[in-house]
Design a binder for this molecule. Structure first.
Ligand code: ZN
Length: 325
């Protein structure tokens, strides 16, 4: 008893005990903060995503990857077609117009594509699905993602017929659901509504993550869809942004571009196209932010490679030249 009393009364020991107690309080406080941030992150994520698979909803998780992600923004003239490969897994987003059929099939053949895990038709327009019937006739695939909409065009009918002949169906995109492509993962961020006056807004928007690199593919989604994605609270940030609607004024709204804050931009657009794309408005926004722009009308097919940390392109960036708005 006397001994304990002696220690208690020793000022040096009291200071030491005080310091230890303070350290423990600070440590526990930090632990609490970390836990709080974690749970807040989860809540935010869950709130902003619908139909999310449990345990796979954290878009910020960086997974270690071993290999390369190769993205080809294929020069299909005035249209979109993007081939994504990771290991043996492949995805094709859009297939350009019907006129580019031979070039597209030749390109896919050169890349030794065996089958596709995913084919995505972003929306019904001919410059996106024009050659997809030929792709369906030529290649096997697991899943064909297509928005819940249709068109009365011959192009759309041809695509539906091609699928029917293979006993396949469109799979409707599930917003927020996470899909895997080899070691890469992707989420669908749009469309967020079931009825739009512009077919462009049905565009399936995909955010792909490979290691710590991120890529956003926007189809022809216009500012209305961009606004809906912002309202949903999605993490839109991406290293590489495929500029919406071939650089038209209808897309790449200021708020959306700010939220994506891309390191690089890619524009899929035809040389001397009749639509006067890309526009001054879009090109000036990109130039003001000093975002290097790769464009198929100037550089042809653009190959972008990620090792999960670094992103490289096979060509130098293009110009900020525009057609009149
Ligand atoms: Zn288009």
């Amino acid at each position: 008893m006397a001994r304990r009393k002696k220690i208690k009364n020793n000022p040096g020991v009291q200071v030491l005990v005080g310091v230890i107690i303070l350290c423990v309080i600070v440590f526990l406080g930090n632990l609490h903060d970390v836990n709080l941030l974690d749970s807040l992150g989860e809540v935010t994520q869950t709130d902003s995503l619908e139909k999310v698979d449990e345990g796979e909803n954290n878009t910020t998780t960086v997974t270690n990857v071993d290999g390369e992600l190769i993205i080809d923004y294929i020069d299909v003239g005035q249209g979109d077609s993007i081939l994504i490969r990771q290991g043996d897994a492949t995805m094709l987003i859009d297939g350009g117009t019907s006129e580019c059929k031979d070039e597209l099939l030749e390109f896919l053949d050169e890349k030794n594509i065996d089958k596709f895990e995913y084919i995505v038709g972003t929306h019904t327009h001919e410059d996106h699905i024009g050659s997809l019937d030929d792709v369906v006739n030529t290649y096997d695939f697991d899943t064909f993602l297509f928005p819940n909409t249709q068109a009365t065009t011959k192009t759309f009918e041809n695509l539906v017929l091609a699928l029917q002949q293979k006993n396949k169906k469109f799979t409707a995109p599930e917003i927020g659901k996470e899909y895997s492509l080899g070691e890469a993962r992707f989420q669908i961020l749009a469309p967020n509504n079931s009825e739009y006056s512009s077919a462009n807004n049905y565009s399936i928007v995909i955010k792909l993550t490979y290691g710590s690199n991120t890529f956003l593919f926007t189809g022809d989604a216009e500012s209305l869809s961009e606004e809906e994605m912002l309202d949903k609270g999605f993490d839109l940030s991406a290293d590489v942004l495929k500029i919406g609607h071939h650089g038209s004024t209808t897309s790449t709204s200021k708020d959306f571009l700010d939220a994506v804050s891309p390191k690089y931009a890619v524009i899929s657009v035809g040389k001397d196209n009749i639509y006067n794309l890309p526009t001054k408005t879009t090109m000036e926004k990109l130039e003001q932010k000093n975002i290097p722009v790769y464009r198929t009308d100037e550089q042809g097919t653009i190959e972008c490679i990620s090792d999960g940390t670094n992103i490289t392109f096979n060509v130098e960036p293009g110009s900020y030249a525009y057609m009149e708005d």
